[in-house]
Design a protein around this ligand. Structure first.
Ligand code: AMP
Ligand code: ZN
Length: 115
């Protein structure tokens, strides 16, 4: 996907502050953080959203969560807590059509919506 920003970050063709990269996933800081710590974990392969996941993606998906967990420890969020979020589709406000797991933390986060 030549015009996908996250594919380009994975390939090193677009700038990002990368925290972790392996054969399956890449993790980098969100460019517009909503919390003091805001990291995105993405599959290296282009998958649009949770809706497009297939059975064969199960291991990769588990790996995304384990990478998020490891980064939460590295970034000192283990005790204070954190949230892992997959925005999926319009009502969730998904704005980049390449699957990504948000790791957010570093402050208290409300759960209920104000609007
Ligand atoms: P979502 O709204 O769930 O689709 O989240 C997309 C996230 O990607 C937003 O939090 C954006 O700030 C972030 N984002 C968009 N472009 C970039 C980029 N080039 N580098 C880092 N994060 C980005
Ligand atoms: Zn992509």
């Amino acid at each position: 996907m030549d015009n996908c920003i996250f594919c380009n970050i994975v390939r090193g063709l677009a700038p990002a502050k990368i925290l972790h990269q392996d054969d399956e996933v890449t993790a980098f800081y969100d460019s517009h953080p909503i919390t003091p710590v805001h990291v995105l974990i993405v599959p290296n392969r282009h998958i649009v959203s949770v809706n497009q996941l297939e059975a064969k993606d199960e291991n990769m998906l588990g790996h995304m969560v384990m990478v998020a967990r490891a980064l939460a420890i590295t970034l000192n969020l283990k005790e204070s807590g954190y949230r892992l979020v997959f925005n999926t589709g319009p009502d969730a406000g998904q704005s980049v059509n390449h699957l990504h797991l948000h790791l957010i933390g570093g402050r208290r986060m409300p759960f209920r919506f104000e609007e």
